[in-house]
Design a binder for this molecule. Structure first.
Ligand SMILES: *[C@@H]1O[C@H](CO)[C@@H](O)[C@H](O)[C@H]1NC(C)=O
Ligand SMILES: *[C@@H]1O[C@H](CO)[C@@H](O)[C@H](O)[C@H]1NC(C)=O
Ligand SMILES: *[C@@H]1O[C@H](CO)[C@@H](O)[C@H](O)[C@H]1NC(C)=O
Length: 451
């Protein structure tokens, strides 16, 4: 085995071992589903806007569409409330209750509605005195609220961080996690802990975070614009050495919702968000009106091949390996792994605005794909098959402005030299650790033709 191969194998081991997080058996791949916030916000006006207000009807309609239009079967199997579902007051026993006008059937019934359709049910609360929109927060009621969620059949809890002191979160988020665990009901735990701490100037303790949460928000709320998507992409790239190692089965970085199909992204930009969220091993939480989404955007959200990269069982988050003149290359190690070599999802992202596609040309070896047998390359949006490409052969893609080319580079299983039988090298416990992309990719980069 060459030195390079050993490094790659150790990279595999790192992912199995180096980071061990919360083990509640949940979120082995990034959660997928539908979350109300980005598209429907805090619209509580069911009198004047009954079809778009935060009400049980909205969530039931979205659930029906997940089931009837194929989303659930592709993995989008969760419907989640966000802020503004609550009544302004707790009940006489101090328990949370939904707004009685907008959720007349109650939360247990809504949860049941989801379960009957093979869906999971998510809820929103806040580790503070109030939620961000000013409804009751969980401070002073942690155990009661965890128990209430379990009683209601909740499967997923998003816990925001408004109206709290970020310094208290190091104790508060684990404590609420403890109460969730004590209910004995498995509930995915989504935290906003690191983002609030970062904004207050603290350095989040990711050791503690990954042992407490199944996913966590690192950065800004997404807004309905390409600018917002780009800011998130930049944050993940610029902070990847701190962020990427924390991702893995059961514990994920959450760059926030998919805004595909809304008002702010073009078709190309929508593919870019979908591709980048696949590279990020990000939760795929759609926040869009599924009743009116245009077919071409629905097709992006339902792109099975891209979802497969997102949901890859190794759970290794990808990294930015090249960035210059508005062109970025991102790569994520995925299965299958053969003789210690990963396959990869590779995204070529064009951030330029000159109105013609940019040609990007690299050899696979330059982006760290060096297996001698080569890689079978498929374009995941255009179903172009490039066939088998050897590591030193030049590979070219044309990337549209603010668009992406996402390819799957699957390691080609060869019988190897000397007629030996092929052997899949399984990750096995070992202590030495090397992340992927140790080689000097920046310096070795090949030609990039832009005009
Ligand atoms: C929450 O409310 C309590 C009681 O009014 C108060 O003592 C505490 O400081 C508040 N916490 C925050 C984070 O505002
Ligand atoms: C509670 O925590 C233990 C120990 O981490 C874990 O094995 C178990 O699955 C958790 N149970 C629930 C319901 O989260
Ligand atoms: C981070 O959290 C871990 C686990 O809770 C703890 O052992 C460690 O001391 C914390 N690190 C810092 C710098 O506070």
């Amino acid at each position: 085995m060459s030195g390079g191969t050993q490094w790659i194998v150790m990279g595999v081991l790192l992912m199995g071992l180096g980071v061990c997080g919360l083990e509640n058996g949940l979120a082995r791949t990034p959660p997928m589903g539908w979350l109300a916030w980005q598209r429907f916000r805090c619209n509580t006006d069911c009198v004047n806007d009954p079809h778009n207000c935060i009400s049980e009807l909205l969530f039931m309609q979205m659930a029906d569409i997940l089931v009837n239009q194929g989303y659930r079967d592709l993995g989008y199997d969760m419907i989640s409330l966000d802020d503004c579902w609550l009544s302004r007051e707790r009940d006489a026993l101090g328990r949370l209750q939904p707004d009685p006008f907008r959720f007349p059937s109650g939360i247990a019934a809504l949860s049941d509605y989801m379960h009957k359709r093979g869906l999971k049910f998510g809820i929103y609360e806040d580790y503070g005195n109030f939620t961000c929109a000013g409804y009751p927060g969980i401070l002073g009621h942690l155990q009661t609220d965890a128990d209430t969620f379990a009683d209601w059949g909740v499967d997923y809890v998003k816990l925001d961080g408004c109206y709290s002191h970020p310094v208290d979160m190091d104790q508060g988020y684990p404590l609420f996690g403890f109460y969730l665990n004590q209910t004995l009901r498995p509930m995915v735990y989504s935290c906003s802990w690191p983002v609030y701490q970062t904004y207050s100037g603290m350095t989040p303790n990711y050791t503690s975070i990954i042992n407490t949460c199944n996913l966590w928000r690192n950065f800004d709320d997404i807004q309905d614009s390409w600018e917002s998507v780009q800011r998130i992409i930049d944050y993940y790239g610029d902070n990847q050495d701190d962020i990427v190692p924390n991702a893995g089965p059961g514990h994920w970085n959450d760059p926030d919702m998919l805004i595909i199909g809304n008002f702010g992204l073009s078709y190309e930009q929508s593919k870019s968000q979908m591709a980048m969220w696949a590279i990020f091993a990000a939760p795929l939480l759609m926040s869009v009106d599924l009743r009116t989404i245009r077919p071409e955007y629905k097709a992006i959200l339902q792109n099975r091949a891209v979802i497969e990269v997102n949901q890859d069982p190794l759970g290794i988050q990808g990294k930015r390996i090249y960035k210059d003149k508005g062109i970025e290359i991102w790569a994520r190690p995925i299965t299958p792994v053969f003789q210690g070599h990963y396959s990869y999802g590779v995204a070529f992202l064009n951030r330029r605005t000159d109105g013609t596609p940019s040609e990007v040309s690299v050899t696979l070896r330059e982006i760290g794909l060096s297996y001698h047998g080569g890689y079978a390359i498929t374009d995941l949006f255009d179903s172009v098959h490039y066939g088998t490409v050897l590591p030193d052969k030049r590979f070219k893609v044309d990337v549209n402005p603010s668009g992406v080319v996402l390819v799957r580079c699957e390691v080609v299983k060869t019988t190897g030299f000397g007629g030996g039988r092929p052997q899949l090298i399984e990750p096995a416990p070992q202590s030495s650790i090397r992340p992927p992309f140790q080689n000097h990719l920046f310096n070795q980069f090949g030609q990039q033709r832009l005009f």
